[in-house]
Design a protein around this ligand. Sequence first.
Ligand code: ADP
Ligand code: ADP
Ligand code: MG
Length: 724
Amino acid sequence: MFNKILVANRGEIACRVIRTAKRLGIKTVAVYSAADAGAQHVSMADEAFAIGPAPARDSYLDAEKLVAVAKRANAEAIHPGYGFLSENAGFARACADDGIVFIGPPAGAIEAMGSKSAAKSLMQKAGVPVVPGYHGADQAARLLLKEAEKIGFPVMIKATAGGGGKGMRAVESAKAFNDALQAAKREALSSFNDDNVLIEKYIGKPRHMEIQIFCDNHGNAVHLFERDCSIQRRHQKVLEEAPAPGLDNEKRATMGKTAIAAARAIDYAGAGTVEFIVAEDGAFYFMEMNTRLQVEHPVTELITGQDLVEWQLLVAAGESLPATQEQLSINGHALEARIYAEDPGNHFLPSIGRLNHLRFPNDSTHIRVDAGVRQGDSITIHYDPMIAKLIAWGSDRTNCLRRMREALGQTQVAGVITNINFLASIISHEAFQSADFDTGFIERRQADLFPGAVNIDILGLAALHQVLEREKSAADYAATSPDPTSPWHLTDNWQPNLVTEERFRFHDGTREHEIKITPAPPSRKELSNATTPSPPEGESLGINEGHPTTPSPLEGENLGKGEFMTPCHDNPLSLPCRSKYLIQTDDQLIRAAGRLDQDNQLTATLDNERLHVTIIKNDQQLTLFHAGSTHRLDIISDSDHADDGQATGNLMSPMPGRIIEVMATQGQQVKQGDALLILEAMKMEHAITAPHDGVVQSLHYSAGDLVDEGVELLLLADHGTPLH
Ligand code: ADP
Ligand code: ADP
Ligand code: MG
C-alpha cells in the first residue's frame, strides 16, 4: 500500500478520499487554488500546496503542475476524484511517465470510452446491447438526417465527446432536425472542442440504471449492483438510489454480467460505471462508461458495506479485489440527494454567495453527510455549485425515504439559494414514493414540485422578526447606556393613544408581498397591569391559574381569559413589551406575538398556533427555516425602486461566454425579472433577466453562440405592442 498520495481535486470528493486514506494510515497531500486557500480539504490533509489562480484551467486542470507537486511532496500516487482530470488519458499517461501511480484505469481504457461513438462500436463487438443508431465518422448533415430517418423519429443527437448532459438534443421530426443538429454541434464545439455527433433512437420514458464495476490487475472483476439515477433535470442526476426499485434479481445479474463484459473488452482496472438506459419494455442498452469514481458512489457503499475508495487504493497498489462476487450482497436501501447552490424556480441557475449559516444533520449509521464546505465558505463562479451530498440508509425503501426527508429538513443553508425544498418535494411526492418514475419525472411533474408563493405565516414571521429585532437591539443599547431608564429608550411603540403601523415588502423569488404589522390595541387590563409592579418573569400570573406551568409564556402572548402580558426581559422599566401584533396582507389577518432569542430562534404564536423558526438575516435577506423547509425573502426597501426603468444595461453580456439557452422570443411581452436567456461562463450558468417590463424587440444570438463581454444580447423595449 502507498505511504502518501496526492488528491488532485477539491470540495467534497477531496475530503471523501482523504477520510479513507487517513483511516488506512496513508498520508495525504492536498492541492488548492487561490480561491480555496481556506477550504476544508486543505485543512484535512497532512500537507497542502498552492497550485495557482482560481480558474480551474490554471490550477486543478494543470496536469504538469500536479505531477510536479506530487514529485516534490514524494507522493507515490494521485487520486483524481471525479470531474477535472479524472477522465483525462493524457494526465493518466503523464503520471505514469513520471513514475507516479494514477489511481484510476489505464490510459488506454479511458481513451476507449472517451468517445461515445467509438465506445459504442467497441461494445457492439463485445456483444453488449447498444441503443440502435448511427455512430460513424461521416458527419455530413445530409447523411446524418438520412440516418435519423432510418432510425425513425424521435431521435437523440449526442456529442461523441459529451458529458454532463451537454451537446445533447432530442429531435421530434425531420423538420426540426437541422436546427437541433447545428445547436448540438455548436454546444459540443465550445464545451469539448469537438463537434462530432452520433444519432440514436430516442428511448421514450426510460429509466437510467448504472452498474458499479471493479476490476483488478489479476484478472478479477465484480459488479457491486446497480444505482437508479432516473431523477434528472436537463439530463443531469438529482437523486440516486440503490437498489433500483422493481429490478428483479435475474435482470440484475444479467446487467451486472453485461457491465463486466464491457469492462473486460477494454482491459479495465479500478472503479468504473457502466450506464444503461432501460426502455419501458425492460430492454436495456449501453449508453456510456464513466471511467472513474462516480458522484453517487456512496449509495453503493451503504448497501454493500464496502468502501470504494479503499478498493481503488488497493487495486492501484497492485493488490487483488477485496471481495468476490459471491461475497457481495445488497443490504437495505440507500438514497443520495445532491444539495446544490442553485435555484430550481429559475431554471436551476447556480446561486453564488457566502454560506452564512450551514447546518447538517449529524452523521449516524443511517445518515451520511459528504460535504466539502464549512460555514463561511463561498460558492464561487469558478467551480461546480454542489454544497454537499446527503445519503440515507434504511432497511427498506420506505424507511430510507423517511430518513432522507427528515435529514433534508435538518439541513440549513443561508446565503445562497439551494435545491433543498425541491429535493424534499420530490421525495415527498406520491409517485416517487411508489417508485412510479422515469427520466421525465421532474419535467412532467413540475407543477407539483415547484412550490408556490410563500404563505402569510412565513411573511408574518419575517415581519415579526424585523420588529422584534429592532426592539431587541434598541433594548440592548438602552441597557448599556448611561441612563438606562431614559424614556427615549422605549422601543416598544407603546403609545396608548397612537396606533402605529409598519409596512414591509418582501420578495420571495417569484413575487413581491406587502405586509402590514400593527401593534394590537391593548386591552384595559393590560394597561392597568402596566402601571402595577410586575410579577417576576415566568412566574404564574395569578389570574392565569388555569395554566400555571405553561413553559415561559411569550411576551404579549394571550395567557388565557385574563389577557395579561408577561413583562419583557430587556425592558429596564419592567413595562410589558408591546409585542402583540396584527399582521395583514391584502386578504388575510392574523394575530401574532413572539420572542427572539440570541441564537436566531424566533418563538411565535400566530393566531393560536405556536411556531419555532430559525431566522438568519444577512444584509437585506432573511432565510427562515421552518418545519423542515427553507424560505428566502429579500427585504425590499424604498430605494430599491428608485432606479426603475433605467437598468437597461443588464442586457449586455456581463462576461465572455456561450449562450446555452434562449427563452425569450421576439415580440414577447416580459415582466421584470423574467429570465430571457442563459449564458454559460467559467463552467457556470448565468441568467440574463429583464431589467423592466417590456417587449422583446430583437434577439441577437441563439443557443450555442459565443459572445464577448459587453455585447448587446437582445433589445428590450420599455413599451410597445407585443408582436404576434
Ligand atoms: P452524459 O455523458 O452527458 O452523462 P449520457 O449519454 O450518459 O450523457 O446521457 C445522459 C442522460 O440523457 C441519460 O441518463 C438519459 O436520461 C438521457 N438519454 C441519453 N440517451 C438517451 C436516449 N437515447 N433516449 C432517451 N434519453 C436518453
Ligand atoms: P455523473 O454525474 O454521472 O457522475 P458527470 O460527467 O455529469 O457525471 O459529472 C460528474 C460530476 O462531477 C458532476 O456532477 C459535477 O458535479 C462534477 N464536476 C464536473 N466537472 C467538474 C469540475 N470542473 N469541477 C468540479 N466538479 C465537477
Ligand atoms: Mg452519463
